[in-house]
Design a protein around this ligand. Structure first.
Ligand SMILES: NC(=O)c1ccc[n+]([C@@H]2O[C@H](COP(=O)([O-])OP(=O)(O)OC[C@H]3O[C@@H](n4cnc5c(N)ncnc54)[C@H](O)[C@@H]3O)[C@@H](O)[C@H]2O)c1
Length: 310
């Protein structure tokens, strides 16, 4: 297959691109490098630097493509609240631009990386795909809007589209931007450096942490299954972990206790979030394999940033 991945130099996109190229597919990546790093990519991946809103460029690159994975997005919740316009522009406008370019280039199959964040605060956990989304941040709003564009235009234009709502992904190589460092990677780094684990809020808020390899497995399966048109599927671990529990697990994995401090809760977060995986299991055959304990051990083993010196 000839596969095109937007945002393919990012954390999840590069893992997907490397996996597909190893399987022998031709893989093209488009990424503007606002957050990505092309050095993560296997040399066989064909990398193009560019913006997902650039329809003429997309049209050229999409010639002969069988399958598109759309991962390009701005991904910071706090930043999205400060700068909603750029989030709407890239996450929504970029999705619509990609759909138009696909239509014009005759490409008809798309997998969208959406987010568990679209659920927002829900009265029941774990959350299943039929619940009414209640987004709590601009980021979540833009991911939900992108879902609607993909599903609606997909139906109108006769595309095959699949939406994966990915929960909190983590794994080796996950970037650590200062302004919005993902909690798993940030805790590991702080514990290893003998620093302080900073928990926003009381730490009783929960998340569903899913290992990068499990997410890649789901993305690959979603691109292959023939009977998923128009479906939305949760991709998580199915296990609910509080941030306080995560802090304890990180300290156990690193083998060192460090001080924990609490800082005011950030805007845009939710109290609880855990994926109901029944639909993904039935429709995609998805079963996460890597527990959080094992994922943390693998990060310590495989990510050079976390090698304990001496
Ligand atoms: N990592 C997670 O926990 C998670 C959870 C849910 C959903 N997602 C979704 O998965 C996708 C990938 O996330 P990630 O964690 O790998 O983030 P990431 O920031 O590492 O990857 C996003 C990539 O998109 C690129 N990009 C941004 N704007 C672009 C533009 N205008 N044109 C072209 N490229 C652009 C960035 O340079 C980056 O490489 C995103 O759509 C995100 O919303 C991620």
């Amino acid at each position: 297959m000839r596969v095109f991945i937007t945002g393919g130099a990012g954390f999840l996109g590069s893992a997907l691109a490397n996996r597909l190229v190893r399987e022998g597919h031709t893989v093209l990546v488009l990424d503007d490098l606002s957050a990505g790093d092309p050095q993560r990519l296997d040399p066989r991946v064909v990398f193009h630097r560019g913006d997902v809103r650039d329809v003429p460029r997309l049209w050229t690159l999409l010639q002969g493509v069988d399958l598109v994975y759309h991962l390009a997005a701005r991904v910071s919740v706090p930043e999205s609240i400060l700068y909603p316009r750029i989030y709407q522009d890239v996450n929504v406008g970029g999705t619509v631009a990609l759909l138009e370019a696909m239509r014009d280039a005759g490409v008809r199959r798309l997998v969208l990386a959406s987010s568990g964040a679209v659920y927002g605060d829900q009265p029941v956990q774990p959350v299943h795909e039929d619940l009414l989304p209640r987004p709590r941040s601009t980021y979540a709003v833009t991911k939900l809007a992108a879902e609607h564009f993909v599903l609606t235009l997909g139906r109108l234009w006769g595309f095959e589209v699949v939406v994966l709502r990915i929960f909190n992904a983590y794994g080796p190589g996950q970037p650590l931007p200062v302004a919005h460092a993902p909690v798993t990677t940030r805790f590991l780094q702080q514990a290893i450096e003998g620093g302080t684990l900073v928990i926003f809020g009381d730490g009783r808020q929960t998340r569903d942490f899913v290992y990068v390899e499990d997410v890649v497995e789901a993305l690959v399966a979603a691109g292959r299954r023939p009977d998923l048109n128009g479906e939305i599927l949760n991709i998580g671990s199915g296990r609910e972990t509080s941030i306080n529990e995560l802090a304890e697990m990180v300290m156990r994995a690193v083998g060192r206790r460090v001080p924990v401090v609490h800082s005011p809760a950030q805007d845009g977060g939710v109290a609880r979030l855990c994926a109901d995986l029944r639909k993904a299991e039935q429709r995609l055959g998805y079963r996460p394999k890597v527990s959080l304990e094992e994922g943390l051990r693998r990060m310590l083993r495989e990510d050079p940033r976390f090698r304990i010196s001496g």
